[in-house]
Design a protein. Sequence first.
Length: 140
Amino acid sequence: MAGLGALATAVLVGAPTDVVPNPLFGRSVPVQWWNYPALAVTAVLAGIVLSTYVRRPSAPSGSETRDGGRLGAAGGVLSFFAVGCPVCNKLVLVLLGASGALSYWAPLQPLLALVSAGLLAEAALRRLSSQTVCPVTASA
């Protein structure tokens, strides 16, 4: 399940930001070298967090806690802003203008990627530490 969550995250974050090339979206500013590892780390960590929400039908329903959910959501949103085109973000353009987006916002994006990865890692650790049921299947 973690792999499926990671793939979904890579597509949902990478396609609209055009880090994953596709015919539907484009960028005014070329993809930076650090966008690829940032997207990969985001996808892996988000896949881990998402997989903690999947429960087998036979598992008890009261054992799940919601620790880390908000951190994971915040990390996912930040990663979208971190790898996105700095001048394609309408909010940044309204606040800073095109030159401000390139001068001020673009240099902050790698920091946003680090904060995003930190939030997702913390969410994954919290979610995994709250897991109390670990099914073991007998091999024949």
